[in-house]
Design a protein around this ligand. Structure first.
Ligand code: NAD
Length: 457
C-alpha cells in the first residue's frame, strides 16, 4: 500500500497490507490472551495507559510531523490534536475506575444484589483518518482499560500514525497479545467483519457504517457507529459582535481543512445582520494562509484524499449552476498537492448538494433567514444529526431552538467542539451509540447482575 504525502503527492513509503491469514492469526492470538488481561485489576491496566499518556507528550514532535506528512493537517493543528488526545486519555485515567467498579444495589434483606462490569472480549476498532488520535483514543483507551483486547484498523490515510499508536502502547506495557494493528484499505476492514468478534466500533462515513451494520447485524454483538454530519450554525439578529461570530463560524468551517465530522457545513443568518455578517466572513476568509502544512504558520493545508478535490469542485459547480454565487475561493489553486481554496457561496438553497450532502472540506454556503422558525426548519432539513450551533445574546431564545433540534450535541455561541466529559453521539445518519463521558466508559463493558443469598431457601 502506497503512503502518499497529500501536500506534495510524493510517495512517503510502502507498507504491506494484512490479508485474511494474518488478520485471523492476530485475532486468534488476542482471543487466547484477552481473559488474562481482563482479569487484571483495573488499576494495573490504568497504569499502562498513564505511561502511554506520558509517551504521547515525550514523542509529540515526531508524532505531529508524521500526522502532517501523511494526511496534510497543518502542523500547528497536529500538535493541537495531540494535546486534545492527551486530555481525553487523562479523562479516562481519572474516571474509569469509578465507572467500572462493582455497584451494590441492594444490601438489605435476604437477597443482596450487585452489578459487575465485565469486558466485551475482543473488539474491532475500524477508524477514520481525519483525527486519528482523537477518534482512536475514544475507543482504544476505554476498551483496553475495560479489559478488552483490541484489533485496531487505522484508516489507510493514517497508517503511519496507527503504527505510532501501537508502538507507544507497547512501550507503555500494553501486551502485544492484547492490541494488534490491522493494516490496509476496505478489504482489510472486510476481513474483520468475517471474524467472530465481541464488538465493532466504527468511525467513518455513513455509507461504510451502514454497510458494516448490515453485515454484522446477525452476529448480535454490540456495535457503535460514529458517522458524518451536515452541521448547521444559526446566527440570530441580537448578537453584539458580528466580527467575532463570523470569526468563530469561519474557524468551524475551515479548521482541519474542513475535514471534521462536526465542522460547520451550513450557516444561516438572520436577514437583519446578513449583509454585515457576510462582509466580515469574506474579509476574514481572505486573510487565511494556505500553504505547506509543515509550516507552523499555515492555516489551510491540502485535503487528505485526491478524489475529494473533485468532489468539492462538483458541489460548487452544482450550486453555481442553480444560481449560487462564489464570493471567495471556488477553485483548485495552481500548485502541486490536493489543495482547494477555502470557499464561501451565497444565494444558496436546499436544492443544492452543497446544503444537503456532507462536504468534508473548507467550503460553506451562507443563507439568510426571515426568523427563528425558518432557521429551525432549514437546520432540521437534513438526514444527519451530529451537532448544531446557535449564536445569540439570549440563552433562553437559543435554548428554545436547541431543544427542538434532533442532534446529539448542541452549542450556544461556540461550534466544532468535543469534550471528553460529555457523551459524543450522532442521531439519524450520524450514527449509533456513544463514546466519551462515563457512558463511553460503560460502552466497552457488559453488566452482570448478581442475586446473592447466603442461605438457600
Ligand atoms: P470511510 O467510511 O471511507 O472509512 C472509514 C474506515 O472504514 C477506514 O478505516 C476504511 O478503510 C474502512 N472501510 C472502508 N470500507 C470498508 C468495508 N467495506 N468494510 C470494513 N471497513 C471498511 O471514512 P473516512 O473517509 O475514513 O472518514 C471520513 C468520515 O468519517 C466522514 O463522513 C466523517 O464525518 C466521519 N467521521 C465521524 C466522526 C464522528 O465522531 N462522528 C469522527 C471522525 C470522522
Amino acid at each position: 500500500m502506497d503512503i502518499i504525502n497529500p501536500a506534495t503527492e510524493e510517495l512517503i513509503t510502502k507498507i504491506a497490507e494484512d490479508d485474511w491469514q494474518s488478520v485471523k492469526e492476530k485475532f486468534d492470538r488476542l482471543k487466547k490472551n484477552q481473559p488474562a488481561w481482563g482479569a487484571l485489576p483495573v488499576d494495573k491496566r490504568i497504569q499502562c495507559i498513564s505511561r502511554f499518556h506520558t509517551l504521547l507528550d515525550e514523542e509529540k514532535d515526531e508524532l505531529a510531523k508524521t500526522l502532517t506528512s501523511e494526511m496534510g493537517k497543518p502542523l500547528k493543528q497536529s500538535y493541537n490534536e495531540l494535546n486534545g488526545a492527551r486530555s481525553r486519555v487523562e479523562f479516562f485515567i481519572r474516571n474509569s475506575a469509578k465507572w467500572l467498579a462493582e455497584e451494590w444495589i441492594n444490601t438489605e434483606g435476604a437477597t443482596k444484589e450487585k452489578i459487575a462490569y465485565e469486558p466485551l472480549g475482543v473488539i474491532a476498532n475500524i477508524s477514520a483518518w481525519n483525527y486519528p488520535y482523537l477518534v482512536g483514543m475514544n475507543v482504544i483507551i476505554p476498551a483496553l482499560i475495560g479489559g478488552n483486547a483490541v484489533l485496531y484498523k487505522p484508516s489507510e490515510y493514517a497508517t503511519l500514525t496507527g503504527m505510532h499508536i501501537a508502538r507507544l502502547l507497547y512501550g507503555s506495557g500494553i501486551p502485544e497479545n492484547c492490541f494488534q494493528l490491522i493494516i490496509g484499505k476496505a478489504a482489510a476492514g472486510e476481513n474483520l467483519l468475517q471474524l467472530p468478534l465481541d464488538g465493532y466500533f466504527f468511525t467513518g462515513s455513513y455509507k461504510t457504517g451502514r454497510h458494516i451494520a448490515e453485515k454484522i447485524a446477525s452476529k448480535l454483538v454490540p456495535f457503535q457507529l460514529e458517522l458524518g454530519g451536515k452541521d448547521p450554525l444559526y446566527v440570530m439578529d441580537d448578537i453584539d459582535d458580528i466580527d467575532k461570530a463570523a470569526a468563530t463560524a469561519l474557524e468551524g468551517v475551515v479548521y482541519n481543512n474542513g475535514q471534521s465530522c462536526c465542522a460547520v457545513e451550513r450557516i444561516y443568518v438572520h436577514k437583519k445582520i446578513y449583509d454585515e455578517f457576510i462582509a466580515s466572513y469574506v474579509k476574514q476568509l481572505k486573510q487565511l494562509r494556505l500553504g505547506d502544512p509543515a509550516d507552523q504558520s499555515t492555516e489551510i493545508g491540502p485535503l487528505t484524499r485526491k478524489e475529494q478535490v473533485k468532489f468539492l469542485l462538483d458541489q460548487i459547480s452544482d450550486a453555481t449552476s442553480k444560481g449560487a454565487i462564489v464570493l471567495s475561493g471556488g477553485k483548485k489553486p495552481d500548485r502541486r498537492g490536493f489543495f482547494i481554496e477555502p470557499t464561501v457561496l451565497v444565494n444558496v438553497n436546499h436544492e443544492m448538494k452543497l446544503m444537503k450532502e456532507e462536504s468534508f472540506g473548507p467550503i460553506v454556503g451562507i443563507q439568510p433567514v426571515e426568523d427563528d422558525e425558518e432557521a429551525i426548519a432549514l437546520m432540521s432539513d437534513t438526514e444527519y444529526g451530529l451537532t448544531a450551533a446557535v449564536y445569540s445574546k439570549n440563552y433562553d431564545r437559543a435554548e428554545s431552538l436547541m431543544k427542538r433540534i434532533n442532534t446529539g450535541t448542541v452549542y450556544w455561541n461556540c461550534c466544532d467542539r468535543v469534550s471528553a466529559a460529555l457523551p459524543w453521539s450522532g442521531r439519524k445518519h450520524s450514527g449509533l451509540g456513544t463514546t466519551l463521558s462515563y457512558q463511553g466508559i460503560r460502552a466497552f463493558v457488559q453488566p452482570k447482575s448478581y442475586h446473592i443469598r447466603e442461605i438457600c431457601e
